[in-house]
Design a protein around this ligand. Structure first.
Ligand SMILES: [Fe+2]
Length: 305
């Protein structure tokens, strides 16, 4: 279908200075004073929480205010214009359109400007499949995220929000937790999810986390340790999700929700059959370290007393 990438995230934040420090420490490069980017050119920008340029917030406090998706080309954008014209908040800016999704998030779409990134990724050696010969595995001092891979929203109306992304933007269902959540991907062929919508009984709409793709498991670990060294707290990680198979490390974010480093997610095609499961601890994590790993001792971080 027509959406091919996550182009930009715009946050409204309570403390701009702390927010900027966090994003720089997380490994994004500055473009200007309040905008940062990943290696593939996906941008993250910050503005004061009450900035009149920002669209309305879907929850109180620092959070994501606008999410921009990339369309494959001008033809795809023109088709989306027609399909989204009846949505609340629809505005046609010519080369950029925007509207609100049923969860209150402002969704913008433009023709994708993301760059192809060529990186050296060291293979791993597994039984019967030795791919790394006479070459050691890397150790990363810090992470440098390649791109923005997915966002996770708490939703009020799961059915309506899922219908918007499937019917209007052409997303495909990857997996589902009965009456609770859905994993969606923007293309039939691609990473396991670009959006995860989660309905919790006592939580209204809001941001759970945004996730950044890194090269390999070693960069997930190096990135998490570097954030720990800089005194940012870990929500959960390192760990592994059984759904999507990804390794992850979530860091608490002063921009709202958490920021995730992840790698090694499942790659799906048209042949994939979505699974339906019960939402449970076992389906969320195979294993995970609570509070992270201490960068000095290299051991699990002890709980503060
Ligand atoms: Fe995630």
């Amino acid at each position: 279908m027509s959406i091919v990438g996550i182009e930009a995230l715009e946050f409204g934040v309570e403390n701009l200075a702390v927010g900027k420090q966090f994003v720089a420490d997380f490994g994004l490069s500055p473009v200007n004073d309040t905008t940062f980017e990943t290696l593939n050119g996906a941008r993250l920008s910050l503005a004061p929480i009450n900035d009149p340029q920002l669209p309305p917030a879907f929850e109180s406090g620092s959070t994501l205010r606008r999410m921009t998706w990339g369309a494959a080309d001008a033809t795809a954008l023109a088709a989306l214009k027609v399909r989204l014209a009846d949505q609340p908040g629809f505005v046609d800016h010519g080369d950029l359109i925007e509207c609100r999704d049923p969860n209150g998030m402002t969704v913008a779409i433009r023709v994708s400007t993301l760059r192809e990134v060529e990186l050296e990724v060291t293979p791993i050696n597994q039984y019967g499949d030795m791919r790394r010969i006479d070459t050691p595995s890397p150790v990363y001092e810090r992470a440098t995220p390649v791109g923005i891979g997915h966002a996770v929203f708490f939703v009020d109306d799961l059915e309506a929000t899922e219908a918007f992304y499937r019917e209007k933007l052409g997303f495909a269902v990857s997996d589902r937790y009965t009456d609770r959540a859905v994993f969606l991907r923007m293309q039939a062929r691609g990473g396991h999810h670009n959006l995860f919508l989660l309905k919790l009984p006592h939580r209204g709409a809001g941001l759970n986390h945004v996730a950044f793709t890194v090269r390999d498991i070693h960069e997930v670990i190096g990135g998490g340790l570097a954030m720990n060294r800089k005194q940012w707290s870990t929500f959960l990680g390192p760990g592994r999700h059984p759904i999507s198979s990804a390794y992850f490390w979530y860091v608490n974010s002063p921009l709202g929700g958490a920021f995730e480093y992840y790698t090694n997610e499942d790659y799906l095609t048209e042949a994939w059959e979505p699974r339906e499961m019960q939402h449970s601890l076992e389906s969320f994590t195979e294993w995970a370290v609570e509070g992270g790993i201490d960068a000095e001792t290299r051991r699990q971080k002890k709980a503060e007393v």
